[in-house]
Every structure is written in structure tokens, then in C-alpha cells.
Design a protein around this ligand. Structure first.
Ligand code: SF4
Length: 332
């Protein structure tokens, strides 16, 4: 078996996985991996899923330690929901360009301009930002979250402009103000690329993942009619995996971060799954390497903490999100 991403030059992937599992048992740790992690990380994890599914798991697992293979805001969300657990992020520099588009000060200043507004935050935000908001949402429950707010209340929606535009369109509300943030990875899945790929593959289906904010620019293009609806399936992680298992299409184009392809290809070896944009790769997600995971388990690093006051305020927003969101199969 081929060596993995250099945990040690002499270690095979099988030996590495066995050592990771042994160390996890020794540390009473559960390993959670986001769908966009490297294949070897997904394969060695106890659970793989989207951020909402992993948040739910973080709140319910019995292990005393969570090793979160994802990006920083996801580990923070796990800590907010499970303050009594130790949460480790193998690479603390694994950030998120979308979360970086807004700060807690920005939210306070925006709210001051609209004092009666309800502030809705996409889950791709820091704990400090979540603490300044009223309710969090994912891509899949964003419209339901908006509908749960009285029609006459103004809404401040942050930080993703594409998801904001999408919920405005599907709810028909015009009293939503949208923060103009975007994810650099999915900005690359643009209308021209989508149209070109769909036109070049007339028999192919197109799956767009709605739950990770990573797919919101594609979601926006589908909703606005830039690509034909009949060939498009907007699916959660679980729905995407189920559809992959049962599809008879020769080819399916995937409009999201390329890490998702690993699970889809494992689910169905006869259909060809191709990325709409093969360069749609999140370098933050890929910072979690085999070597980093092994190091985190050996040394107990890097522990993610959220101060109690921030966590308490943020928890209200996150718990509302978890109540309204529907569980997805990925990881559950
Ligand atoms: S793909 Fe984009 S939204 Fe997702 S973690 Fe990476 S930078 Fe953030």
C-alpha cells in the first residue's frame, strides 16, 4: 500500500491508520472529518460529514476529546456545543476566507444602523461573530430560518452574498440586507464555468451541495436559471450520497469543493463523477495532513478554546440552527 502524505517516510497508509486509531483509543478521542478533507483523513475518521452533521455529533458523542479535521470555525462550533469536551484542531491555521470577511465589530456596527433587525449568520463565521447574532443557519435551512422570522422584521444576513441572494429570492422578502462576503474557492465555480461544463456534457446530471456554504455561488446560479433546472439536483450530503448510489447517469458533474468526490466515487463505481471546476479546492481544508493528524493525537494539540461569555452568547444562535436544520446522512 502506498505511503500517505508523509507521516513518516517509512510508514504505509495501513500502518499510519492503525497508529491513528490506537492513539485515538488511548486518548478517548473521536475523529470527525469534514467532507472536504483529504481522502486518507476521511477514511480514518470515525465520522465524515458536513458542518451541521458534525456539530450534532460533537454535541452527542461520548468521547471526552474531539479531534476535528476541518477548519477553525467548525472546531469552535464543536467547542460551543460541547464546552466540557477537549476539542483539538490538528492545524490551527486552517481558517476560512468566508468567515474572515466579517468581524464582531462589523456586526455591532451594522446592527447599530438597523437596531430592530434580526441578525442571521451563516455557520461559516467565527465564535465572536456568532455571539453577536440572533440565529445561525446552514445553506439547507437558511430559507426556513428566514421564514421563522416575522415578515415585518428587517433581517441582516451574513456573511455570504450568494446564499443571501438565494434566500431573498426563494422567500420573496425584500427586507433582507446582505453582507457582501464570499468564499474564494467557490467564487471559482462561476456562471461561465457552469454553463460551459453543462453544455459540454448534455447527458450529465449536476449535483449542487446546499449545506456547505462552499456551494453557495453555484446554488445562486442554479436558482437564477443560469443552468437548466431539470438536470440539476440540489442535494444535501446525505441526498448526494443516496443519489450517487442509485443514479443511472453515465456522468454526474459536482459543483462543490473537490473533496466530496472521494465519497461519491466510493458509493458508485460505474458512474463517472467529475468536478465542475477541478481547481475548486480549499487549501485550508487540505492543511490537515496525515502527519498533522498523527502529531495532534500524539501531543494533544492544538486545543481550541472559546471564552465562556462568547460561547454562552454564541450557543443560543447555534442551538437555534441545530433545531431548525434537518439531519444529513453524511456522518450520522
Ligand atoms: S471552501 Fe470556502 S467556505 Fe469552505 S472552508 Fe474553505 S474557504 Fe471556507
Amino acid at each position: 500500500m502506498a505511503p500517505v502524505t508523509a507521516p513518516a517516510d517509512t510508514m504505509t497508509r495501513h500502518e499510519w491508520a492503525a497508529e491513528v486509531r490506537r492513539l485515538a483509543r488511548e486518548r478517548d478521542a473521536v475523529i470527525l472529518a469534514h467532507n472536504y478533507q483529504r481522502p486518507e483523513i476521511q477514511d480514518v475518521a470515525d465520522h465524515t460529514g458536513d458542518s451541521l452533521a458534525l456539530s450534532r455529533l460533537a454535541a452527542s458523542v461520548e468521547a471526552s476529546t474531539i479531534v476535528f479535521c476541518g477548519v477553525h470555525f467548525m472546531a469552535e462550533t464543536a467547542k460551543i456545543l460541547s464546552p466540557e469536551k477537549t476539542v483539538l484542531l490538528p492545524e490551527p491555521e486552517a481558517g476560512c476566507s468566508l468567515a474572515d470577511t466579517i468581524t464582531a465589530d462589523d456586526v455591532r456596527a451594522w446592527r447599530a444602523e438597523h437596531p430592530d433587525a434580526v441578525v442571521v449568520a451563516y455557520v461559516n463565521t467565527t465564535a465572536a461573530v456568532k455571539a453577536e447574532t440572533d440565529i445561525c443557519c446552514t445553506s439547507s435551512n437558511a430559507a426556513d430560518v428566514i421564514r421563522s422570522i416575522p415578515e415585518d422584521r428587517e433581517i441582516l444576513f451574513l456573511p455570504d452574498q450568494f446564499l443571501g441572494a438565494h434566500v431573498k429570492r426563494v422567500t420573496g422578502r425584500d427586507n433582507i440586507h446582505v453582507w457582501m462576503g464570499e468564499c474564494h474557492v467557490h467564487a471559482g465555480i462561476d456562471g461561465a464555468t457552469l454553463r460551459e461544463r453543462v453544455a459540454a456534457e448534455p447527458g450529465a446530471e449536476l449535483y449542487v451541495h446546499p449545506e456547505c456554504g462552499c456551494a453557495t455561488s453555484a446554488l445562486y446560479l442554479v436558482g437564477s436559471g443560469a443552468v437548466p433546472q431539470e438536470r440539476v439536483k440540489v442535494l444535501s450530503t446525505g441526498g448526494m450520497l443516496s443519489a450517487a448510489e442509485s443514479t443511472t447517469a453515465g456522468k454526474v458533474l459536482i459543483a462543490t469543493e473537490t473533496g466530496m468526490l472521494h465519497q461519491l466515487r466510493a458509493a458508485n463505481s460505474t458512474t463517472v463523477f467529475e468536478p465542475v471546476n477541478p481547481r475548486a479546492e480549499c487549501h485550508y481544508m487540505k492543511m490537515i495532513t496525515a502527519e498533522k493528524l498523527l502529531g495532534a493525537l500524539r501531543a494533544g494539540t492544538t486545543e481550541i478554546t472559546v471564552d465562556a461569555a462568547t460561547a454562552s452568547k454564541a450557543r443560543r444562535s447555534v442551538e437555534r440552527m441545530v433545531e431548525i436544520g434537518s439531519p444529513s446522512r453524511g456522518g450520522e
